[in-house]
Structures are given as structure tokens and as C-alpha cells.
Design a protein around this ligand. Structure first.
Ligand code: ATP
Ligand code: MG
Length: 646
């Protein structure tokens, strides 16, 4: 062991020590999960400052999520004895934003440009489609097309080969112009325009290159073309580029991540020092053994052996439930029992493959008043699409609810503008009147297309409200999703985010059905009351709370106790069913997709330090229907001797 009493060098193995104290030039740390890569990179930053007298402001350190960046900053600052961590430490987006703030006018933007979130982006795109006389229903599809190009680093699409491609290219160009006219950038722009800034403006490039002496990147396996090119430019002067990652944990190919960036790093930097770390310090033997076995089924990988350093422990437990509700109840029972054994709630995590699955766990945790937080996402009943549906439903039982009406009058877009609502608002006559009644009057008095649209909207709502008196809650939710056009609208967006929204609104059906079964109450109002009542419990803060997250959000983190849920074919691994516009079967792509799912499974399993639970349900309500599920193929890949079925 080196430097036993130096906090920067203590508890590093030989390979970690080599990485931390590497002098200059490119450095690649390619190693498996839990092998101390993040430890090595944070120690290296501190070592550069302390032992090499590098000014913290001359170090650029990048990682993938805000949570990981915050953790890195905190660790480095602790190693430096409370001294400030490097200022240029953050996610790619945050760092690009800072560079652009300083130089945006070189690209023809004001320095005060605004950053558009997904909603803003969509409105801008909708304005473009309207101007081009294109159906606004295409908005989500265009948005994901544009995002895809930006991830690939393409600002001017190649020559169109079909009329469809021509339209896409025109929309892209018009959208960029719209953003620029608004003095706005979207998320993709932050990366892409930062790159453009470097590539096209030599003086700026030189300025940025002069500013940093070291560039370090964690989770490098998930960088895309744009991110990698950026890093290469920044480090071009000195080549002090340290990249850290694990090809087995590459899980963002759907966002343009290229695992080749790490596997072929030494092609770009032939004199790079390569360090591999061979010991896992995180997980007990059975967990390590099980995870290594599962990932060994991937063919396209850079195989590596990891020895488990934490010693023997509890076997991995596999559990089957009848349905998702029982699954959630079982998980919560186990959590309570670990809590009684002294494990902090914040050291336990529930992972799932799709966002919508959080709902069952949230309901079960709330019922037992256990605080929780959703990491890297919103709590279920606060997600925009869920709130939209709830607003419709509230409006059905209470037509005077003007807040809900204002939320949904044009969701999905139906050509009723803010001006029309404004007009209705001005027409409200006293407390007995309501925005909805005023809007109905405006509809009756207005001619042309607008009047027609308003009348159709009011008629739809009235019809649904009448049905709500007869039908049970589940059926009325179904009707609402259908008649408002929400579901159909969302279904048109086939991006992973779009599908996640569809699943979330469909998950409401599972929620109502379970409520009906458990309470014996079948009216909409009772269910809405329950949803409303459970919400104030939400404020968990940063304290003691169970962590809920998708596997994607779990990358880089570790917990004492991990539950990986919904291990069923089609869900995890995802895929199979629901190829509505089924593309011709592509065996290579299918295999690649399956291998990415298996890497996700590997990420999930390797988050656990002491206890790992794998869970599946034999039926599950998905896409609004109860489906029978088969256990995930990943379960059959587990080694018998490390697993116990409970
Ligand atoms: P991942 O691939 O999941 O990102 P990683 O390779 O970045 O993992 P770390 O998070 O750095 O791994 O380390 C995993 C755990 O092992 C941490 O709890 C860390 O403190 C501990 N650890 C790392 N190196 C050592 C070491 N040499 N001695 C003792 N513990 C270590
Ligand atoms: Mg790490």
C-alpha cells in the first residue's frame, strides 16, 4: 500500500496508484464495475492539485449526471481538506453551457441566450410546423429526429434522398432558425454548438485549449461523437486526457453513445497509458459472481475478470410475485425488515426498467408511510402527462375547476388558443359561473373553425362527464384517454421518452383498477380523492428515504441493498412486443439491442454491496391490459450456486 497516511494515496491498490500518479499524456482506465474507477479519477484530481501544483481552475472534469458531478466535487474537496474543488467540474451540458456563455456571440447568438427545455422545444417546433403548413401532430417525431441528428453531430443534414427526407431537412433548418431568432438553444445545441465554436473559431479554440492543463472524464463508455470530439479538441495541446469507463456498462446507444470511443481509444492515442483494475471492492462474492456470469453471455465485449474483494455474503435472492402490486408489497416488506436490522433507508434502492413501474412502489411505500425519492426523475403523480390526465378527470367530476381546464384546453393540441381562453375568462359572470361555462358560450357565439373546435371540445367533455356518472372509474379513465385524443397523440411519438409517457398514462389504469379491487369503491371521485391525499406526503427532502430509479439513472451509484424489479421477458429485457410499425426483422440489431439490455442488467446488479434481490411478476398490467409474463431470460443465466429462490 502506498501513502498510508496521505488521504489522497491511501487505500489504493497498485494499479489505482499507477493511474492516480500518472504523470502526463493520455491515460485510459478500462475496468469493470466497482473496481474503483471513480475513486481513481477523484484521487487523481486531488493529486494533480496537491502533488503537481496544478491550479484547480486548470482542470476540466466531466461526468454523466448532476448527482455524480456533485458527488465528485464533494469527494475532491474533502481530499483537499475542504479547499474548493475545481470549478470546471460538471456534466457535459453544464460545461458546454459555460463555454457558450462566454463566446456565444461568435456564433451569432447573444450571451444572454436562454436554454429551452423539452416543453419549450416543442412549442418552438410547433410554431415552425404551423408556418410550414405541416400537421402539428408530427411534432414529437420531428423532435426526436432532430435530437438524433444533434447527437450525431449533424447541423446540416446530408442531401435528401426522398421527399420525406427533404421535409425533415427543411423542418430542421427552420427550427434552428426559429431558436436562433428567439435567442435560444436546446439541450442538443449546447453540445453541438460548443463543438462548432471550437472547430470553426481558431482563436476561441486556442483560448479554451490554453485554459486547461488536464481533462478527465468518468463514464467515458457512454460518450457520443460530439462529446468525444469536444474532449479531443480541449486536450489537443497537451494530450493530458484521462478517460475512465467500462464497456460492459455502455447503456446509452439510443442516445448516440459510441462504445468504440473507449474500445478504440488507443487507436486515437497510441501512446496512451492503459490501466486495468482487476478487483471489485463493492459487492459480496455471490453478487459479483452472479453479475459476471450474466454479462458473460454477451458476445460483443472486451472480456475481463474481476476478483471479488469483499468476501462471502448472502446469496442473490430471486422472488416471484403474482402481479406488480404483490411485487411492490413484497419489496416494501423486505425494506422494512432491513430497516429494522439497522440499514438506512437511503442505502436501499429499487430499480425498474421503465418509468411507469415506479407507480406501484410509490403507492406501496406511501401506504406504509415510508419516505422515498425518485432519483433522476419525477414522482409518478407529478409527471406532466399524468397530471394532464388527472386534470381531465377532475374536470369531469368538477366542471368549475378552472385550473384543470386551463391545463388541458389545448392538450393534445386541438387548435384552441390562449386568446380564446382569455376571452372566456373575461366573460365569467359572478361566482355561480365558471370558466368552462364561459368557454361554452364563447364557442356558441364564435363562428368559423375556432367556434367549431371549441364546441367539439365542450361536447366531448360533456359527454365524458355524463358517462362518468354511469361507468366505473377504470372505464372512465379508459374513455378519457381515448376520447380526448391524448393516447393517440402520445402514441405517435416512438422515441423512448415518448413511449415512456404512453406507459405512464396507461399505468393510471393499473392504479385505478387496484384501488377498485382494494377498496371496493368504483367511482371516479373516490379514486381522485385518494390520489390527491397521498400527494402531500411527497416532500421527502434529502434525508432518510428509499431510492427509486430506472436502471439508467443508477449508473455509477452504489447501495447496501438493491431490488431489481420487473424481470420479465419483454420488460427487462425490453422489446419483442409492441412493434406497431414493425420494421423488417433485423437479427444484428436485435442482438445488439439484447446485449445492451444485458449490460443494463449488469449495471443494475453491480450497484449492490451486500444484498441483491431480483424480482418478477407472473402477471402485470401493461399498456392498459393484464398480461401474463414469463421470467426474464437473464434469470436463467444466473449461476445456481450464488442464488436462492425465495
Ligand atoms: P462503477 O463501474 O460502478 O462506476 P467504479 O469502478 O467507479 O464503479 P468506485 O465507485 O470508485 O468504483 O468504487 C467502488 C467501491 O469500492 C466504493 O465504495 C469505493 O470506495 C471502494 N473502493 C475502491 N477502491 C478501493 C480500494 N483500493 N480499497 C478499498 N475500497 C475501495
Ligand atoms: Mg464509477
Amino acid at each position: 500500500m502506498h501513502g498510508a497516511d496521505d488521504p489522497i494515496l491511501q487505500d489504493l491498490n497498485e494499479a489505482q496508484y499507477q493511474a492516480v500518479t500518472h504523470d502526463r499524456g493520455p491515460l485510459l482506465i478500462l475496468a469493470g464495475a466497482g473496481s474503483g474507477k471513480t475513486r481513481a479519477i477523484t484521487r487523481r484530481i486531488a493529486w494533480l492539485v496537491r502533488a503537481r501544483s496544478v491550479f484547480p481552475s486548470r482542470i476540466l472534469a466531466v461526468t454523466f449526471t448532476n448527482k455524480a458531478a456533485a458527488e465528485m466535487r464533494e469527494r475532491v474537496s474533502r481530499l483537499l481538506g475542504g479547499e474548493d474543488a475545481p470549478r470546471w467540474m460538471g456534466t457535459f451540458h453544464s460545461i458546454c453551457l459555460r463555454l457558450l456563455r462566454q463566446h456565444a456571440e461568435r456564433l451569432g447568438y447573444s450571451r444572454d441566450f436562454v436554454v429551452y427545455d423539452d416543453d419549450d422545444t416543442e412549442s418552438a417546433l410547433r410554431a415552425v410546423l404551423k408556418r410550414m403548413d405541416l400537421p402539428r401532430e408530427g411534432v414529437r417525431a420531428f423532435a426526436s429526429y432532430i435530437d438524433g441528428l444533434k447527437n450525431e453531430g449533424i447541423l446540416e443534414p446530408p442531401d435528401p434522398r426522398s421527399p420525406r427526407e427533404r421535409v425533415q431537412a427543411e423542418v430542421y433548418a427552420a427550427y434552428q432558425a426559429e431558436l436562433k431568432a428567439n435567442g435560444a438553444m436546446d439541450f442538443g445545441d449546447l453540445l453541438l454548438l460548443a463543438l462548432r465554436l471550437m472547430e470553426e473559431h481558431e482563436d476561441v479554440r486556442r483560448d479554451i485549449q490554453e485554459r486547461f492543463d488536464h481533462v478527465l472524464v468518468d463514464e467515458f463508455q457512454d460518450t457520443n461523437v460530439v462529446q468525444y470530439r469536444l474532449l479531443q479538441w480541449v486536450a489537443a495541446r497537451h494530450q493530458n486526457l484521462c478517460v475512465v469507463g467500462d464497456d460492459d456498462q455502455s447503456i446509452y446507444s439510443w442516445r448516440g453513445a459510441r462504445v468504440e470511443n473507449i474500445l478504440e481509444f488507443t487507436d486515437d492515442y497510441p501512446d496512451a497509458k492503459v490501466v486495468t483494475l482487476g478487483a471489485n471492492y463493492r459487492s459480496r462474492d455471490p453478487i459479483m459472481h452472479a453479475a459476471s456470469r450474466v454479462i458473460s453471455f454477451n458476445r460483443r465485449r472486451h472480456g475481463k475478470e474481476l476478483s471479488a474483494m469483499r468476501g462471502p455474503g448472502e446469496p442473490v435472492r430471486v422472488h416471484a410475485s403474482l402481479n406488480e402490486q404483490h411485487e411492490a408489497a413484497w419489496v416494501v416488506r423486505e425494506i422494512v425488515s432491513h430497516g429494522e436490522d439497522g440499514v438506512d433507508l437511503s442505502r436501499m434502492a429499487i430499480f425498474y426498467r421503465t418509468n411507469a413501474q415506479s407507480r406501484a412502489f410509490e403507492d406501496a411505500l406511501r401506504a406504509r408511510r415510508i419516505p422515498y425519492r425518485v432519483v433522476g426523475g419525477m414522482k409518478f403523480y407529478q409527471r406532466k402527462e399524468v397530471k394532464d390526465v388527472l386534470a381531465y378527470l377532475r374536470l369531469l367530476v368538477n366542471p368549475a375547476d378552472s385550473l384543470s381546464l386551463e391545463r388541458v384546453f389545448n392538450v393534445p393540441p386541438r387548435g384552441i388558443g390562449a386568446a380564446t381562453i382569455e376571452k372566456a375568462r373575461a366573460r365569467i359572470q359572478g361566482p355561480e359561473d365558471s370558466l368552462l361555462m364561459a368557454l361554452a358560450r364563447v364557442g356558441d357565439e364564435t363562428g368559423g373553425a375556432t367556434g367549431k373546435r371549441v364546441r367539439a371540445f365542450i361536447e366531448m367533455l360533456t359527454g365524458l362527464a355524463l358517462q362518468a356518472r354511469e361507468l366505473n372509474a377504470e372505464d372512465i379513465v379508459r374513455q378519457t384517454l381515448d376520447q380526448t385524443g391524448l393516447l393517440e397523440f402520445m402514441n405517435r411519438d416512438e422515441s423512448p421518452e415518448g413511449q415512456s409517457r404512453v406507459e405512464n398514462v396507461q399505468e393510471l389504469l393499473a392504479s385505478v383498477r387496484q384501488f377498485q379491487e382494494a377498496s371496493g369503491q368504483t367511482d371516479l371521485r373516490s379514486w381522485l380523492d385518494r390520489v390527491a391525499l397521498v400527494q402531500p406526503l411527497d416532500e421527502g427532502g434529502e434525508g432518510q428515504a428509499v431510492n427509486l430509479m430506472t436502471v439508467h439513472a443508477a449508473k455509477g451509484l452504489e447501495f447496501e441493498c438493491v431490488f431489481v424489479c420487473g424481470l420479465e421477458q419483454g420488460l427487462f429485457p425490453m422489446g419483442g412486443r409492441r412493434d406497431r410499425h414493425a420494421a423488417p426483422v433485423d437479427a444484428t440489431r436485435d442482438r445488439a439491442a439484447l446485449e445492451e439490455e444485458r449490460r443494463l442488467m449488469y449495471v443494475a446488479m453491480t450497484r449492490a454491496r451486500d444484498w441483491l434481490y431480483l424480482s418478477y411478476a407472473s402477471t402485470r398490467m401493461r399498456w392498459g391490459q393484464v398480461e401474463a409474463g414469463r421470467p426474464s431470460m437473464f434469470l436463467t443465466e444466473l449461476p445456481r450456486d450464488s442464488v436462492r429462490v425465495v
